[in-house]
Design a protein around this ligand. Structure first.
Ligand code: ZN
Length: 369
């Protein structure tokens, strides 16, 4: 049986191992992809650390399992029932394996499907030379998009959906974006690309604040050097005393939640993306939501495939350059260095891309300025 190198979670404890695994064969409605680039997500870090979320969601009895879900690659084999995707297609993967029979899918909300499964969580992932995925979640990439960018379209899609919301009514408006993880930084770039008129960024790590500026933040505030009251005054000062039209909560901390509901204007939108460490978090219910006439929009995933379509157009036509957020690239075999970087605090990295093949890694290095 032909084998491949893969990053495998073998034990319910910190870490993962590079192992030889059989190259997967496609089920009848799945395809097999040769991975050109893959990137490390916060979800992978949870699994790598094997924290409470990972042990509860995946569980030790699912191990061994290959990590990873963000990918760009070339289709090398298709199952006998595949129709749309062909051998040779250059694709990325929507991580959410939706069930077309779910009510939400039938109503165009497949990203929050009832029977949804997740790549790299419920199935083997893509931190490998090859991996298998259902045809329905394959997204054909524009050939002009290099693999290190094509792989980050999945988290970029979270950012795009968060910025646009359900109505995409953002042009000419003001937006607060909290946090300095990769998706906050992508969101700044998307907001700029789709015509948000004023972008206020709250973060705390120097390098990531620098990237936020590069991505197009107009104004920045260090949350570790200011009080909530000072941040609110700053936002009011720069929005004619009204507050921002839209606030993206992308941290999940109490301070960030408070900032978002305080800084949004009356009848504005708060987008909830940051996953809170506690299952319940206090909110200024009366003054932050009820009397403000505030809308709250939860983001889980991307709009399938509306977000993908918009991102492909933004990337292929050069309207959006997400590459400043890709801070590090490594060969797949050096995955442990990548995970080490991801876990470092204060943060010194944002998005990290891995390449199974040396030549892809070297080509990506050459493209970096
Ligand atoms: Zn991800």
């Amino acid at each position: 049986m032909p084998t491949m190198k893969a990053v495998v979670k073998t034990k319910p404890e910190l870490g993962a191992e590079l192992q030889d695994k059989p190259i997967p064969k496609p089920k009848s409605d799945w395809v097999v992809v040769k991975v050109r680039a893959t990137s490390i997500c916060g979800t992978d870090v949870h699994i790598y650390k094997w924290d409470n979320w990972a042990s509860g969601r995946i569980g030790a009895k699912a191990l061994p399992q290959i990590l990873g879900h963000e990918v760009a690659g070339e289709v090398v084999e298709v199952g006998e029932h595949c129709k749309r995707i062909k051998v040779g297609d250059y694709i990325s993967a929507e991580t959410h394996i939706y069930d077309p029979g779910d009510l939400t899918s039938m109503l165009g909300q497949a990203h929050v499907g009832v029977h949804m499964k997740i790549l790299g969580v419920d199935y083997d992932g893509c931190f490998a030379e090859y991996f298998a995925l259902p045809e329905i979640i394959c997204w054909p990439n524009d050939k002009s998009i290099p693999p290190e960018v094509a792989t980050i379209q999945e988290p970029l899609g979270n950012a795009t959906y968060a910025v646009l919301g359900e109505d995409a009514d953002v042009a000419g408006k003001s937006m607060l974006i909290t946090g300095d993880g990769p998706i906050s930084l992508f969101a700044i770039g998307v907001a700029r690309a789709v015509g948000v008129a004023k972008i206020i960024h709250f973060g705390k790590y120097d390098r990531n604040m620098e990237i936020g500026k590069q991505m197009g933040a107009d104004l920045q505030v260090y949350t570790n050097k200011t009080t909530g009251k000072e941040r609110l005054e700053f936002v009011l000062d720069h929005t004619g005393g009204n507050g921002v039209d839209i606030a993206l909560e992308m941290v999940g901390s109490q301070d960030s939640l408070d900032d978002s509901f305080a800084c949004v204007r009356k009848a504005g939108r708060v987008t909830a993306f940051g996953v809170a460490s506690e299952p319940t978090m206090p909110i200024q219910y009366n003054n932050g939501i009820v009397f403000k006439g505030c809308q709250i929009h939860g983001i889980n995933g991307r709009k399938i495939f509306d977000t993908w379509y918009r991102n492909r157009n933004l990337l292929a036509n050069g309207r959006l350059d997400p590459t400043p957020v890709i801070t590090d690239v490594y060969p797949l075999a050096e995955f442990a260095t990548g995970f080490g970087k991801m876990m470092e605090r204060p943060r010194t990295s944002a998005k990290i891309v891995l390449f199974p093949e040396r030549s892809e890694y070297e080509a990506a290095l050459k493209r970096r300025k």
